[in-house]
Design a protein around this ligand. Structure first.
Ligand code: IMP
Ligand code: MG
Length: 172
């Protein structure tokens, strides 16, 4: 039986979302921004962030191949769903749940850059700096966490726990 241990509570997440929205607005001002969520893990964070940003905000998604049922990254990058909108000449803000090894973000940045956005930045709710193996730039980070497997607030283990309203450590 797996055991859940709260790492970041619901009010802490909400407070940090407020701050991140202000940090993001300070960078873009009134310019329209396309939030590009990475499915599926970012869906909760993106919904919370989007509702704190201005009326010029739009939303789109990409999906990248997942970990499967494992707790370790598969090390492959496969784009399963591309974005619908044309991103050329637009401010694109990639919205990630968590940056682990950095591979996903590195490859996604490389791909999107070829499509000539006006600017390309990244906001991640969580980052595991100790796990980083690829140089992946993250412009806005919610929380830095230890190199342990977490679930909740969009993050899953074998598709479970995405609906937990807080972030928890998953113990075996
Ligand atoms: P990366 O390519 O190694 O940086 O992995 C990034 C992706 O792996 C994230 O977008 C998550 O979907 C998944 N991931 C990494 N760490 C965790 C975790 O602790 N819990 C759940 N998913 C994770
Ligand atoms: Mg993800």
């Amino acid at each position: 039986m797996s055991r859940l241990e709260t790492l970041i509570s619901e009010p802490e997440l909400a407070r940090r979302c407020d701050e991140l929205a202000r940090e993001i607005e300070a960078v873009y001002g009134d310019e329209p921004v396309l939030l590009l969520g990475v499915l599926k893990g970012s869906f909760v964070f993106l919904a919370d962030l989007a509702r704190r940003l201005g009326p010029g905000t739009t939303v789109d998604f990409v999906q990248i191949s997942s970990y499967g049922g494992e707790k370790q990254s598969s090390g492959v990058f496969h784009l399963r769903k591309d974005h619908d909108a044309n991103i050329e000449g637009r401010h694109v803000l990639i919205v990630e749940d968590i940056v682990d090894t950095g591979l996903t973000l590195l490859r996604l940045r490389e791909l999107l850059q070829t499509r000539r956005p006006l600017s390309l930045r990244v906001v991640a709710m969580l980052s595991k700096p100790e796990a980083r193996r690829h140089e992946a730039l993250v412009d806005f980070v919610g929380f830095e966490i230890p190199n342990q497997f977490v679930v909740g607030y969009g993050l899953d283990h074998a598709e479970r726990y995405r609906n937990l309203p807080y972030i928890a450590l998953l113990h075996d």
